[in-house]
Structures are given as C-alpha cells and as structure tokens.
Design a protein around this ligand. Structure first.
Ligand SMILES: Cc1cc2nc3c(=O)[nH]c(=O)nc-3n(C[C@H](O)[C@H](O)[C@H](O)COP(=O)(O)OP(=O)(O)OC[C@H]3O[C@@H](n4cnc5c(N)ncnc54)[C@H](O)[C@@H]3O)c2cc1C
Length: 376
C-alpha cells in the first residue's frame, strides 16, 4: 500500500525560493515537506542580494547570519568600448554570497523548525480534485496530501505544466559563459561591467577573499569563435580593459555555458497551488534582482498561507489579491532586463534605459536619488 503523508504545505524544489518559504512557514508552525529531485540543495544560481532581498533577510532576523560570510560592495563601474562611462552607487551596499552558501544558511535554519526535506525524490504526477491539487504522487510510490502546493521547481517547472499554466519564454540573442577564477587585485578593488559596440558584455567581481566570478556574454556566432578552444583571451582584451591582471587567469579557466531567457507566466496560482521563483518568472541576470524578488515573493506567500489558516477559500482569495499582483512587479523587472539586454551595443541607448531606481532599489521605496555618476 502507498505510504501517504499529510502536510499543510508541500514545496517542490529546494532552491532559494523553496527553502526560504519553508523556513518562514516552519517558523509559523506549519507542517512543511520539501520535495527535491536532487541529492542536496542546488549549487548553481546567482551571487547578488540587493536592497529588496537584504530587507527581507533583515525582517526575518537573517541579515547578520547571511552578511557574516558575504562580501559587501557599494559601487559598480560601467565601461563601453573600453572606456569608463558611469558608476552606480548603492547607498546600502549589496551582498555577494555564492548561491549554494546562501541557500545552505537558510536550509540549515529550516531543520530547527522541523521542516522535512525529501531529497532524491521525483514527483510523478499531480492528482486533482476539481481545481485543487489533492495529491502528489512520487516515482517511488509515496504520496503527499498537502493543503497547499508550491511549485518552486525552477524554470522548467514540472508542477507548473501539470497545473496547466502556460509560460512565454524568449531567449536573448546572446550566450553567457561563466567561470570561477583566482582573485586578482583589480577585481578585488572594484566590480566592473563592460559592454562594447558588438553587443559583447562582461562582469567581473569577487565572491570571497580568494576567488572571483567572471561572466562573458556574446552573440551566438561570436561565442562559437571566441570559445572555440577555451577562451581566446586576446579577443576580449579590448572589452575587458581595466582588469589586465586577470588575463592570465581567464585563459585556463573552465567556462560553463549558460543560455539566458526571459520567462513570463500569465498566472501565478491555480486552486491551492502557486508558483515561486524561477518557476514563475525569469529576467535578464544583469538586473541582479532575481533572488531578491524571489525572497520577497516567498515572504508574501508565507503571509497569505498563514492568514488563510487552512481555509481553502481564504487561501485562493489571498493568492488572488496579495500574490498575483507580484506579476506586475516582475513584468516591470523583466521588461527592464529586456531593455538593458537590447542596448549593450549602444552606449547612448544603454544610458537612456538604465534605471537607477530599479537597479538599486528594485521594488522597494527609493530613498533619495542621484546615485549614478556619468563619467563621459
Ligand atoms: C546565470 C544566472 C545569473 C543570475 N544572476 C542573478 C543575480 O545576480 N541576482 C539575482 O538576484 N538573481 C540572479 N539570477 C536568478 C536566481 O538564480 C533565481 O532567481 C533563483 O535561483 C531562483 O530560485 P528558485 O528556488 O526558484 O530556483 P532554483 O534555484 O532553480 O531551484 C529549483 C530546484 O527545484 C528542483 N527541481 C526541479 N524540478 C523538480 C522536480 N520535478 N521535482 C523536485 N525538485 C525539482 C531543482 O533540482 C532545484 O533544486 C540568476 C540566474 C542565472 C541563471
């Protein structure tokens, strides 16, 4: 006979969204099961927590825990065709902490709240009772009977598909490569973001006292040539002009290939199920806001689920009135990412679409202004 577990909330996916929501719900006394297909929490994701995310972490007493091993920066310098064009200042700074470490901090707090994690567990199908998900059936025969289901299972979300929620994905006309390299003095000094007239871009920043992360984005045809046999460093010397001490570490690096897309969904909930994080939306990584918005979304979801107190009618009403409007904030962010990505080749157009309010404050209230200094 199938082993059936009843829980208040089943969360599919143990990434940042799933773990953070599990923590908030666990703290509020909800009985939560997180189902994760992998053997552990995921390793790959973003590095930046900006103002909205820092605010969420602080509101839940996690600010200092996350900051303790994070780097805090407050300036990014931008270059076009090799020349510095502007600096963006963050009055509260922003945090750099590798995704795996950030999720690990949150995950370890979950165990103190009695949240159950089922790793190496695959959902086979969802069984519905009308609009509501009545049961999650796992590949190994176990079953979950949840009051609420959260799809936090990433951009290819199986749960979103099973709910019948469509999505619109648009691939950007460039491929990104990312590498982790030894930290050099120039990268330790300043975060630098480069663009050029060919639509190439690159971002270099430290992730700890010894290592740096480097992104290089190129149109598909250029990417094939520049990365034909590892990175042809000479090809990026006119792009990455103020980090010449990094050239020696870029060549031997292992460059992972990352196709980037924007993703929009027309609805974030159906019945007793809701989408969270990359299952709900994806924006261009150069906005640097994906994680921050996801944590804010988890906070709203935790509030809705808590206020419903197990009442399905109140739950649906809360999801409709308090959670669905998040699509507007996401749409603005996605549109902003699209605008940035479409102007990397054109300095004037890029400076024209750059929005310091969204870049620095995201969906929080801006305090003052004038944090962008145009250098040329
Ligand atoms: C290259 C890149 C750079 C980025 N840069 C930034 C940045 O600078 N700042 C920022 O804030 N955001 C950034 N983002 C976005 C950020 O990484 C996401 O917002 C964040 O990872 C969302 O977390 P998540 O929990 O929704 O998804 P994920 O971290 O993708 O977690 C999903 C989890 O679900 C699991 N899963 C999938 N399917 C199933 C299944 N069927 N059953 C069980 N488990 C399943 C997966 O194994 C995974 O563990 C970036 C993203 C990318 C790709």
């Amino acid at each position: 006979m199938a082993m059936t577990t009843t829980c208040d909330v089943a969360i599919v996916g143990a990434g940042l969204g799933g773990c953070f929501l599990a923590l908030l719900l666990g703290r509020n006394g909800h009985n939560v099961v997180v189902v994760e297909q992998g053997p552990a929490i995921p390793a790959a994701g973003a590095d930046f927590v900006k103002r909205p995310g820092m605010g969420v972490l602080a509101r839940h007493g996690l600010g200092s825990l996350v900051e303790r091993h994070a780097l805090k920066r407050d300036i990014v310098r931008y270059y076009h065709d090799g020349e510095a064009i502007q600096e963006c200042r963050y009055p509260d700074g922003f945090l750099i902490r590798p995704y795996r470490e950030l999720v690990e901090v949150i995950y370890s707090c979950c165990s103190m709240q009695g949240v159950e994690f089922w790793f190496d567990s695959q959902i086979e199908r969802l069984e519905h009772d009308g609009d509501r998900v009545a049961r999650l059936v796992l590949a190994d025969g176990r079953e979950l009977r949840p009051g609420v289901v959260i799809a936090a299972d990433g951009s290819r979300s199986m749960v979103r598909q099973a709910l019948g929620i469509t999505q619109e994905t648009s691939a950007y006309p460039h491929i990104m490569r990312v590498a982790t390299v030894p930290l050099t003095a120039s990268v330790a000094r300043l975060n630098r973001l480069y663009f050029n007239s060919d639509g190439w871009f690159s971002y270099l920043y430290p992730i700890n006292e010894e290592q740096a992360r480097v992104f290089i984005g190129l149109p598909l045809e250029d990417e094939r040539e520049v990365f034909a046999d590892g990175l042809a460093v000479d090809a990026v010397k006119d792009l990455i002009t103020d980090n010449d001490d990094a050239y020696d570490v870029l060549g031997p690096a292992h460059w992972q290939r990352i196709p980037v897309s924007a993703m929009r969904a027309p609805a974030y909930h159906r019945g007793n199920a809701a989408l969270l994080g990359s299952a709900a939306f994806a924006c261009h990584p150069m906005t640097g806001m994906g994680m921050s918005y996801t944590m804010h979304d988890a906070e709203i979801l935790a509030g809705v689920i808590g206020a419903a107190e197990g009442d399905p009618v109140l739950l649906e009403k809360g999801l409709e009135t308090a959670y669905e409007p998040r699509r507007h904030a996401h749409a603005e962010l996605i549109g902003y990412g699209d605008a940035l990505a479409g102007t990397f080749h054109d300095k004037a157009a890029y400076l024209g679409v750059f929005r310091e309010d969204l870049h620095v404050f995201g969906d929080t209230e801006p305090t003052g202004g004038g944090f962008v200094t145009v250098l040329r």
